[in-house]
Design a protein around this ligand. Structure first.
Ligand SMILES: Nc1nc2c(c(=O)[nH]1)N[C@H]1C(S)=C(S)[C@@H](COP(=O)(O)OP(=O)(O)OC[C@H]3O[C@@H](n4cnc5c(=O)[nH]c(N)nc54)[C@H](O)[C@@H]3O)O[C@H]1N2
Ligand SMILES: Nc1nc2c(c(=O)[nH]1)N[C@H]1C(S)=C(S)[C@@H](COP(=O)(O)OP(=O)(O)OC[C@H]3O[C@@H](n4cnc5c(=O)[nH]c(N)nc54)[C@H](O)[C@@H]3O)O[C@H]1N2
Ligand SMILES: [Mo]
Length: 769
């Protein structure tokens, strides 16, 4: 007898078809206008050979102390143990580290996307467990948008993500806007995703509506495919990491022609004069004019002046994506995009002005937010220490060292135990060779994983966990008004347990089970969180009770309506009455606060800094191709790289790398050739795809292929599979944000000669009993 059950994932909602407890297939929902093909491909991964079936402990770790500085991590065999033994090892090691080194020696930052689900939220569960046990060193900001999160509150004020409710929504753009310039494009592949899940993918149709309404789009990006064909966008290929220079050239043109919105700049912004002096080159003798910008960016002078004219003459919108700030000096294009919009004359007008992250997820630009949905209750962390998220290798390699961060001095803590649950640092961190060296320093690494991915292989203790298909929960995505039931569609593979179950058992051993579980079973928690969500809406909102919701999987939250705090329209109408939450109450074109930090790599106003690695620099003589490691179309980061959809995209089992035909021809590379992508940090194999959608001088290799080092534990070793972080630099954007700068990396590509090594990314390590 087939049953049909509701499924929620970060890439959408689906229907699971289950027969006698067996997951047969996953189908799109009828009411999803643009379902993601990632969903159906999950079925084969659920039981594949890479599943972690039993708790496992690295052999060398089991064999004895001292455990720090162990180069066998990543290369060792594992010994499978009982849950009882595994839980005893983890709880005793946590107790030992806390007693001998203090609570801050436990690193629980555990960055990562994990799975959809309000209750079974991996980080929420881990942080609650570690906080109740005495605390942990946390991480701050995200790999997605660290530079944006730190700089924007100085420029427009408010919560780092408040811009998402302050920028125009797609339907407003369709109605009011005429001209959109998108720095980094509007890649529809990325709008498959919404953090926490979503019921219906809407971005594609909303973009179509804009086009039908006559909105003109310009795609400023190294990759043509960053805008959908139906948008008929004008493509301006840009040398990667030079958007700030392009925007400065446009701004200079506006200024010298008097096209800029003087009234808005005077009433609603601070510091335009000092910025204008920089634009005109008064101090450094270099006017940032269109000729100057053309030489840096590769965009023609006339195209830049044309953009200046159209942005000021028409009702316009400046969009900036996230990839442009995941780069050296990534704060600058974000800050400068706000300044450009402020100059253009449309800031604060309906459907116009400025916005970030359109189409990077289905939520951004679709809805400004949603009402509160309850999640695992957080417990205050007794440990104040934290690291900026991308400084994990620095902390492990250089404890005690001090670094700058947003006007503060931070001391990197000494981390002895690393606990990761719901993230994959051996995919997401830059320069995996450096991470390999850093990973050898702690005493113990504990990882909760469902699959033997690279992070699991680099752990000391691996605890097998249930996937999002293997537990009861409900989902509420970011900005998505729908609540989606997530009944368990299959039993957990092997001996896997939910993260919550594991933490409850560890808390029992450590003497705080009651505090952790509050005496509730998992199903009681799910019901409780749903009812809490319902209660928070008050009497007016018509959410069904839990049993009905569970039966029908249909519940819709009321829409939020603006204006939201910090609204630019209100600012334009009366800046005295509606100030922004910045020190001046205005848009800070010049920030006294940032200026006072005295950083040499982030000044008081947007500035062009030459990136550490770019096509205009000296290193390009040796490595003449800029590596764009963007988000994969075929999966979410590394998740379901072992799923059917991602596997189907591989070439000779390797991740595809897209190369312009001219760059391929000069290297003897043909479509489908396995190539070696390399620089001084490392190398990886990948399968060549030739396309003039990628500008000459640029190669595109998506993130997330499970890293497959030939000699794990050895720095610089070849990756057989094609993870771009075997090539990227672990270099902070600047002293302001300390964010990751993954998109600032130069490489070269050559035909791979000789026999093809077998890909072992999806093969478990040697397992002993
Ligand atoms: N070079 C380069 N690197 C990048 C980027 C880039 O553009 N270029 N982008 C960066 C960005 S934007 C991001 S957000 C990061 C993403 O980095 P991550 O968020 O770390 O990537 P994911 O693949 O989503 O990893 C989630 C992991 O959690 C596991 N998991 C899923 N559900 C559960 C669960 O319920 N419990 C447990 N215990 N585990 C679970 C999955 O199996 C997977 O291994 O990568 C960053 N890295
Ligand atoms: N399918 C899918 N969708 C995803 C994700 C995923 O893993 N898979 N991840 C999600 C996450 S966590 C995030 S944070 C967002 C990320 O959203 P983004 O950061 O916006 O996405 P990316 O795909 O990394 O980059 C988009 C495009 O930016 C362009 N670009 C790169 N560098 C530059 C530059 O210097 N200048 C200009 N002008 N353009 C540049 C590239 O051509 C690239 O294709 O995506 C989300 N959506
Ligand atoms: Mo991200």
């Amino acid at each position: 007898m087939e049953r049909r059950l509701s499924v929620a994932t970060h890439w959408g909602s689906f229907v699971a078809v289950v027969d006698s407890g067996r997951l047969v297939r996953i189908e799109p929902r009828d009411d999803d206008p643009a379902p993601s093909p990632i969903g159906p491909g999950m079925v084969t991964a659920a039981d594949d050979g890479a599943r972690v079936l039993r708790p496992a402990v690295r052999k060398g770790w089991l064999d004895g102390l001292p455990r720090a500085n162990d180069t066998a991590r990543g290369a060792d065999a594992f010994v499978e143990v009982s849950w009882d033994d595994a839980l005893t090892l983890v709880s005793e090691e946590l107790r030992r580290v806390r007693e001998q080194h203090g609570d801050s020696a436990v690193f629980g930052g555990s960055y990562g996307w994990a799975s959809a689900g309000a209750f079974h939220n991996a980080q929420g569960q881990l942080h609650r467990f570690l906080a109740l046990g005495g605390g942990y060193t946390d991480s701050r900001n995200t790999y997605s948008t660290a530079a944006l999160e730190v700089v924007l509150p100085h420029v427009i004020g408010g919560h780092p993500w408040s811009y998402q409710s302050r920028m125009p929504m797609w339907d407003e753009i369709a109605e009011h806007c005429e001209f959109v310039v998108a720095f980094g494009g509007l890649a529809l592949k990325n709008s498959q995703i919404n953090p926490g899940g979503l019921a219906r993918h809407r971005t594609r149709d909303l973009q179509r509506r804009c086009r039908a309404a006559g909105v003109r789009f310009v795609n400023v990006s190294p990759i043509r495919a960053d805008t959908a064909g139906f948008l008929d966008a004008e493509w301006l290929p840009v040398v990667p990491n030079t958007d700030t220079a392009a925007m400065l050239g446009i701004a200079h043109t506006m200024l010298v022609n008097g096209w800029h919105d003087e009234d808005f700049l005077r009433r609603c912004c601070v510091g335009f004069d000092r910025f204008a002096a920089y634009l005109l080159g008064e101090a450094d003798g270099v006017p940032k004019d269109a000729d100057w910008a053309a030489r840096i960016t590769g965009i023609g002078r006339d195209a830049l002046t044309g953009l200046a004219r159209r942005l000021t003459e028409r009702r316009s919108l400046v969009m900036v994506n996230y990839a442009v700030q995941r780069a050296d000096h990534g704060e600058q294009p974000i800050w400068m995009s706000v300044v450009l919009a402020a100059m253009a004359g449309s800031m604060g007008r309906p459907g116009c002005g400025w916005g970030a992250g359109y189409a990077t997820m289905d939520a951004t630009g679709v809805a400004p937010g949603r009402p509160f949905v309850a999640s695992v209750p957080a417990v205050p962390n007794p440990v104040a220490d934290f690291i900026p998220v991308a400084r994990i290798a620095d902390a492990l390699l250089h404890p005690g060292r001090t670094i700058d961060y947003d006007g503060r001095r931070l001391t990197l803590p000494e981390l002895r135990l690393v606990y990761w649950c719901g993230g994959n640092p051996f995919h997401h961190h830059q320069d995996l060779h450096r991470l390999t060296r850093a990973w050898q320093t702690p005493d113990t690494v504990v990882v909760h994983e469902a699959w033997w991915n690279t992070t699991a292989k680099f752990a000391d203790i691996v605890l097998p966990v249930a996937t999002g298909l293997e537990r009861d929960d409900f989902a509420a995505g970011f900005s998505d008004p729908h609540l989606v039931a997530m009944p368990k569609v299959r039993e957990p593979a092997g001996e896997s347990r939910t993260d919550h179950h594991v933490f409850a058992a560890l808390a029992a051993r450590l003497g705080y089970e009651r505090e952790f579980t509050q005496g509730r079973s998992e199903s009681a928690w799910v019901r409780h969180l749903y009812e809490e969500t319902r209660a928070a809406l008050g009497d007016g909102a018509a959410l069904p009770d839990f049993d009905e919701f569970w039966r029908t999987s249909a519940a819709e939250l009321p829409a939020l309506t603006g204006p939201f705090p910090g609204d630019f329209g209100a600012l334009r109408s009366d800046p005295g009455r509606f100030p922004l939450p910045t020190p001046s109450g205005r848009i800070e074109i010049f920030s006294e606060e940032i200026d006072s930090f005295g950083y040499d790599d982030c000044a008081g106003h947007p500035t062009w800094f030459e990136p550490a690695e770019w096509l205009g620099g000296d290193l390009a003589d040796r490595f003449p191709l800029h590596l764009i490691s963007n988000q994969p179309a075929s999966r979410l980061h590394s998740q379901y790289d072992n799923g059917g959809h991602s596997l189907a995209s591989k070439i000779h089992g390797r991740e595809p790398v897209t190369i312009n035909p001219s760059d391929a021809a000069s290297r003897g590379i043909e479509n489908g050739t396995v190539v070696r992508v390399h620089n001084d940090r490392g190398s990886c194999l990948a399968g060549a795809v030739l396309s003039d959608d990628v500008m000459p001088g640029v190669v595109q290799l998506s993130t997330g292929a499970w890293w497959d080092p030939v000699r794990p534990g050895t720095s610089g070793t070849l990756d057989r599979h094609g993870n771009p972080n075997s090539l990227t630099a672990d270099r902070p954007c600047s002293r302001l944000s300390q964010g990751p700068s993954a998109l600032s990396a130069l490489v070269d590509v050559e035909v791979h000669d000789g026999p093809l090594p077998e890909v072992r990314a999806f093969t478990p390590p040697r397992l002993e009993r």
